[in-house]
Every structure is written in structure tokens, then in C-alpha cells.
Design a protein around this ligand. Structure first.
Ligand SMILES: NC(=O)c1ccc[n+]([C@@H]2O[C@H](COP(=O)([O-])OP(=O)(O)OC[C@H]3O[C@@H](n4cnc5c(N)ncnc54)[C@H](OP(=O)(O)O)[C@@H]3O)[C@@H](O)[C@H]2O)c1
Length: 293
């Protein structure tokens, strides 16, 4: 069995990995601060990992516009330091990255070799992180994913359910397209990548992993959340489909960031689940817990 060290303890992907059980050790703040100017090797070494997953990141897309130094410290230099420590320990690293590295100008599913063009600070810091990881060790997989949600943590699905408990109608942008991807499915993908990396040194490089069945707009996603929530007796609201220009945010987001996952499917012999199924699994968990947001 592979002993996996995952960074971050409360993050959506870190939690989804941790709850899978097995040989997974999560390390986060205060013990591990990715913004610290430190060598992480002595911190990681006693945990004797076979592989490291860097799931921790500065993920506040809008706040990053006013905190670029912190975003780059965590997402670029921190990711690079995690990868350096992995190299020092002689183990592979899986770096989580984002569909937001793309500019959004193409309207077909995006492949790993498509030109990047991050629109905001968060996206630029994540792309810089990909480069820092690649520079630190060849023994890496960079897994770009998208629009992450889970039964816990800060995410769009939980925000919609919370707002629906106090509002009848919610304005949601209908002109940005991607694929909402459950952290539970990302955890499965990461575990499959980890096993494949252990077995085959050829499985390295950049891969896209996102739920199937897109493109989906945020408004489509919201409508499906409320349809599935209502079916389980949870909160629901009407969705007012609005334009990005009607909902100005500090960070610009790509209008199109649908990831082509063909390389992942072929490389890891697993087809990402449909996004409706991902929503259903998370809704079942919330309904079971009886706490919607
Ligand atoms: N969320 C999305 O929609 C999305 C989309 C595409 C890609 N991704 C990528 O997927 C990965 C996982 O995202 P996620 O949604 O699971 O993230 P998340 O839920 O926002 O959690 C981020 C985690 O990073 C940790 N963290 C932040 N700053 C840190 C620091 N200075 N030192 C150590 N830990 C720090 C947080 O720790 P605390 O618990 O202490 O706050 C938290 O555990 C990230 O690489 C992200 O960029 C996310």
C-alpha cells in the first residue's frame, strides 16, 4: 500500500482524501505553513511518505487580487518547496492545479498543451506553482481540476444552499462554462494517479481531471443543486440567469474552462463520473447528515 502525505487538513480535497482511510497522513497549519520560507524535508521525513499530494493552496480567487504576495508565497513558492522536499525524500509529488490557468477564449474542451493565459492573481500564482513543481522534480503529476465542491468546506454548492434558506431568487452567472467537480471524485482520481505513479515511472506530467457531461454554466449548476436539494427535502430557490457583467468581481474568470480529460482517461484507465452524479452523491451526504449548509 502507498503511504500518502497530503498537505492541508481542512481543505475539500485533503478532507476527501483523509476520509478514504488507508495510509493517508494529512499535514496542515500550524505545523505546515506553505508561506513559510523553510525547507519542508525535515518536517516530512519522519512521516515516511511514499508519495506527497499538495492539495493545500491559497484558493480565495477574489481576495488574491489584493494579496498577491501571499497567493504567490503559498501557490508558487510553497508548492515548489513541497516538490523540493519530495525530491529530497526520493518520492513523487501530485500537485493540484486549476482550469483557471486558461484564458477562456477557446470554446472546445481544453487539452493539456493548450496555451495558458491566467486572468487573475490566483490563476497566475497556480500556473507559477505548476512551473515551480516541474522545476523542482521531474517526478511529478500536475492534476488540473475545476469548480470543486464537497459536502464540507467553502464552495459554490454550499453557498447556494445557504442563500436559498433566506432568498426566493438568486442571480447566478450563465455565461461562464466549465465542469463542477466533486472533491470526492478528485480524491478517487488522486488515489488512482498515486498507484499508477508508483507502478509506472512513465506516468508523469500534466493531466486534466474534471467531471464529465459539461459544459455547464454556474447557473446550470445552481439549478441542478436546487433540483436535487428539493428532491431530498432541502432548500431551493429560483435561479435568475445573469451575465458576468451583471456580477462584477475583483478577479476576472475565464468564460470557458472546460477541460478535456482524454489523456487522464487513457493514462489512468478511469472515466471521470458525470457531474450530475457527483452532485447526487454530495446531496445524499448532506441529506443524511440533516444539515444543508
Ligand atoms: N476550490 C476550487 O474550486 C478549485 C478549483 C480548481 C482547482 N483547485 C485546486 O485544488 C486544490 C484543492 O483545493 P480545495 O478546494 O480543496 O481547497 P480549499 O478547500 O480552499 O482548502 C485549501 C487548503 O489549503 C490550506 N492552506 C491555505 N494556505 C495555507 C498555508 N499558507 N499553509 C498551509 N496550508 C494552507 C488551507 O488550510 P486551512 O484549513 O488551515 O485554512 C486548506 O486546508 C488546490 O490546489 C486548488 O488550487 C480548487
Amino acid at each position: 500500500m502507498t503511504r500518502i502525505l497530503v498537505t492541508g487538513t481542512q481543505g475539500q480535497v485533503a478532507r476527501a482524501l483523509s476520509e478514504r482511510g488507508g495510509e493517508i497522513v494529512a499535514l496542515g497549519r500550524p505545523e505546515l505553513d506553505l508561506a513559510a520560507d523553510a525547507d519542508f524535508t525535515p518536517l516530512f521525513a519522519p512521516l515516511a511518505p511514499d508519495l506527497i499530494v499538495n492539495a493545500a493552496a491559497y484558493t480565495a480567487v477574489d481576495k488574491a487580487e489584493s494579496e498577491p504576495d501571499l497567493a504567490f508565497a503559498v501557490n508558487e513558492r510553497g508548492a515548489g518547496r513541497v516538490a523540493k522536499a519530495a525530491a529530497a525524500l526520493g518520492v513523487p509529488v501530485i500537485q493540484l492545479s486549476t482550469d483557471y490557468v486558461f484564458a477562456g477564449g477557446l470554446d472546445r474542451p481544453l487539452v493539456e498543451t493548450d496555451p495558458t493565459g491566467p486572468a487573475g492573481v490566483y490563476a497566475a500564482s497556480k500556473l507559477a506553482g505548476e512551473r515551480a513543481v516541474a522545476a523542482a522534480t521531474a517526478d511529478h503529476v500536475i492534476l488540473r481540476t475545476a469548480w470543486v465542491y464537497a459536502p464540507y468546506g467553502a464552495n459554490f454548492l454550499r453557498t447556494m444552499l445557504r442563500l436559498a434558506s433566506t432568498r426566493d431568487e438568486i442571480g447566478v452567472v450563465a455565461d461562464q462554462f466549465g465542469a463542477p467537480t466533486s472533491a470526492l471524485d478528485i480524491a478517487e482520481a488522486v488515489l488512482r494517479v498515486a498507484e499508477a505513479m508508483r507502478a509506472d515511472p512513465g506516468k508523469r506530467g500534466v493531466y486534466h481531471f474534471a467531471a464529465a457531461g459539461g459544459p455547464v454554466s454556474w447557473a446550470d449548476f445552481a439549478e441542478e443543486i436546487f433540483r436535487q436539494s428539493a428532491a431530498r427535502g432541502g432548500p431551493a430557490a429560483r435561479v435568475k440567469r445573469i451575465a458576468t457583467s451583471d456580477y462584477p468581481t475583483p478577479a476576472k474568470r475565464p468564460a470557458w474552462s472546460l477541460l478535456d480529460c482524454g489523456k487522464f482517461r487513457q493514462g489512468f484507465q478511469w472515466t471521470p463520473p458525470d457531474w450530475h452524479d457527483g452532485v447526487a452523491t454530495v446531496m445524499d451526504r448532506l441529506a443524511e447528515g440533516g444539515k444543508w449548509a
